[in-house]
Design a protein around this ligand. Structure first.
Ligand SMILES: [Zn+2]
Ligand SMILES: [Zn+2]
Length: 166
């Protein structure tokens, strides 16, 4: 048993093609450090298959390559574009992307903001790309506040209620 363990530690093999793994040569050091036994060519193969299966996700990653910190900003602008680019309040024509806010049609928006944090807009973008466009709408700040008062949405209380220990 000990002997067996020792020998697998000495020569790890790719879990897909079972080739012997050697760091730098055919095993990415980052994967080796995590103990993820997969060779470079199998990683590339899986990546290609993943890209083929997720064209919409790739679009987001393509945008993200422009810069790590631009990621959320780009996602936000993309969300605004996909949602029509203007306040959806009847008669309002505000289309200033700097101030438009993404509103959850049925409320509870702050729960998602808290859940996804710095990935919030990326999450919204993914939802929209996966057909959940109707969940969201754009509102200018004035109409966002008006809607909250009219619908009696009290997001802070909702969050506090959900976080209470049961
Ligand atoms: Zn392999
Ligand atoms: Zn408005």
């Amino acid at each position: 048993m000990t002997q067996e363990l020792l020998s697998t530690q000495q020569s790890p093999v790719c879990r897909v093609c079972e080739v012997e793994l050697h760091v730098e040569i055919n095993w990415f050091p980052s994967l080796a450090a995590k103990g993820n036994r997969i060779c470079k060519s199998c990683v590339r193969q899986q990546y290609k298959e993943w890209v083929r299966a997720h064209p919409d996700r790739m679009e987001v990653y393509r945008l993200a390559r422009r810069g790590k910190y631009a990621y959320e900003k780009i996602a936000r602008l993309e969300v605004i574009r996909l949602l029509g680019g203007k306040c959806s309040w009847p008669g309002c024509s505000c289309s200033d992307s700097r101030i438009l806010q993404i509103d959850h049609v049925k409320g509870h928006g702050l729960l998602e903001i808290r859940k996804y944090g710095t990935h919030y807009y990326q999450h919204v973008l993914q939802s929209i790309l996966h057909g959940q466009k109707n969940k969201y709408q754009l509102l200018c700040p004035n109409h966002n506040w008006l809607k909250r008062f009219e619908n009696n949405e009290q997001p802070h209380q909702i969050i506090e209620a959900e976080q209470l220990p049961t």
